[in-house]
Write a protein that binds this ligand. Sequence first.
Ligand code: URP
Ligand code: ZN
Ligand code: ZN
Length: 462
Amino acid sequence: MSILIKNGRIITASDDYKADILIEGEKITAIANKLNIKTDDVEVIDARGKLVIPGGIDPHVHLEMPFMGTYSSDSYSTGTLAALHGGTTMVIDFILQTQGKSLKHALKQWQGRSNGNCYGDYSFHMAVTDFNEKTKKEIKQMIDEEGITSFKTFMAYKGALMIDDGQMVDLMSEVKRRGGMVTVHATNGDMIDKLIAKHKAEGKLSPWYHYLSQPEVTEAEASDRFCDMANYTDVPAYIVHMTCEGALNAVQQAATRNQKMFVETCIQYLVLDASLYKKGFNGAKWVMSPPLRQPKDQDALWAGINQGMVQVVGTDHCPFKWKQKLMGKDDFSKIPNGHPAIEHRMELLYSEGVRTGKISLNKFVEVSSTNAAKIFGMYPRKGTIGIGSDADLVIFDPKREHRISVKTHHMNVDYSAYEGRKVTGKCHTTILRGQVAVEDGKVRIKKGYGQFIKRKKVSKVI
Ligand code: URP
Ligand code: ZN
Ligand code: ZN
């Protein structure tokens, strides 16, 4: 069955116009002022009064991930379905190499959990936690055979995920040689560990001290160091979940030497701040790394988006149920790090960004979809509305008001980090590769429809 979307206002990263869209199979096959297709085999959707935007791409999620002695609570099915409810048609999840084991070993484990279980499309970044001669040989294989072209590194979480600067530079050189990208959790792990130990020794054990253990300087310093190493090795590089002015300044400095550094922030860093850690243990809901920051950092990030310094808004979706958060009841350092947001990114960004006049509609599309597709080697198959592109589309009602709540969300987590927040703008219909996936809250596809998307080598399209 084909789909004809009539009367919509089409928004891409660069355009804003009224036209009809014809979808045949998985692809967009025609866009024109008035399309009149006369056959019974076409589902007609009237998008009058609504926006038609590219399906969202969230390049930073952790589904069913083993972390801090437990697993993030959304599976590949619940997480990708919640994403579709919120207009995100594709996610990029993280594989974590176990130190001492191969990348292939980790890939198999992640495939075991994800294969056949996704509603939405997905890909993986490969987190390299142990770079050695054996791992080095696997980089080419990941890129050329598996379509996994981005390699995540951690400058924190020592003993579990962190690599040192020597490994970082070697990994960067190999990834550069093979046509990939290095991404980073850029915070100074040693400094953070010292501050955690100090606070614990002083009996300071509440979530507020999670915040105080990761001051802005820990992120600014690591971001600066990462930029320098990426510059030295000339590898395409991307900083995930940037939160603060100091880190952005480091990237700005890199830009003055004509270095291209991609930056992602996440929706929570734009709309929530560190005052939430003052709510006693309730603050555990927002314990994540890096932590929420100050209003001045939010201002810097919005400005960074408008100036093109920040190209992507993701979520770092890594939900834990309240029982799991209670693992750190008496010690903030044992609270599993992460919060749930996969479902709300697009609507929050529209409501808090476009509605308030902080960003334009085109910028909204650019940072929620198009740039991620370009940076991670999927454009123009994904991330835009064009003939030949995958029909991944959201029909978005810009006027509909609603409130976010645990009672209505679809994520597998028993609290909302945005409980009661009023949002203007709602995803009405989400279409994935030519199938209506969710329509007005009703699911119309089956588990397993989501496909693994092999990505191209990193190009310089952006
Ligand atoms: O708190 C977070 N961010 N949890 C997920 C792991 C990571 O560092 O991205
Ligand atoms: Zn991280
Ligand atoms: Zn993350």
